[in-house]
Design a protein around this ligand. Sequence first.
Ligand code: DP6
Length: 325
Amino acid sequence: MKATAKAHTNIALIKYWGKRDERLILPTNSSLSLTLDGFSTTTTVAFQEGLSEDQFMLDNQLVEGEAFRRVTKFLDLIRQLAGKEQLYAKVNSINDVPTAAGFASSASGFAALAAAGTKAIGLDLDDQALSRLTRQGSGSACRSIYGGFAEWEMGEQADGSDSFAVPIAPARHWDVRVAAVVLSSTMKKVSSRAGMKRTVETSPFYSGWIDSIPNDLKQIKEAIEGKDFEKAGSIAEANCLKMHATTLAANPPFTYWHDTTMRVMHAIQDMRADGIPAYFTIDAGPNVKVLYLPEDEARVKQRLSEISGVSGVILSKPGQGISYL
Ligand code: DP6
């Protein structure tokens, strides 16, 4: 009745941006990501007779409110699958995702919770079923079941049965590096959930975003297979810019970018002009993630650290999928 699992965060190269069903978390487009080795969540779930509700500890602190409700709603799905609706759990999570790096811990968090929770209650799910379940905690988390490159296939069914991630290439296939650029100032955040909802509902650019996804996915999969870094990087960067363009046209309009965000973007374009292949991608926040090759690590780190408004650079490699401890 007790199990521990570890999952890593992932960075989307083709973004998930929009839901067609908010309750089941069904996306309006397929997406593709790289799981990273640096940033992880380790979660222990212990189901116990006699508890009258769940308990959730994050980094040894009791969690209440919205974050607790998301966890307990997700455990309800696991209880339903197992036919054990009255069995509550103690959940203990340790995050090794530095908040400052601007990675959402929800991807590693829900992937680890799904893996530990299903194992603890005695379910034996294959990766596909585990990814499908994880999706209902947080969409991007369904890709963290796998190491390396993974694609979340949006699916077509109204019940979500065909919406889950599949592996594209393992971490060992291609050593592409990712630098997380830490900004010294933060700003009030529109959550990814609220931001994508507003965009789907109001942005006239949204249909252009959707129309462009199939080709982006096809091209980036070819680039990954052929290890064509310039092709993969430029598609990822353009896809990120397109996603962020949809927010500028939303009503009310918004952007996740910060002055430092733009300085980092320009610095990366300057690096390319100087012959260093590096590309950026940005999620629902001001932080920038930089894709580069191992041989350029020292130069990329140095140039990023020199940008005004940057307080740190955290380097990461392709990482593994779910593991049980
Ligand atoms: C911009 O997975 O955090 O990072 O499904 O509502 O929990 P919910 O959203 P979430 O959204 C991630 C959006 C993104 C792009 C991506 O990771 O694909």
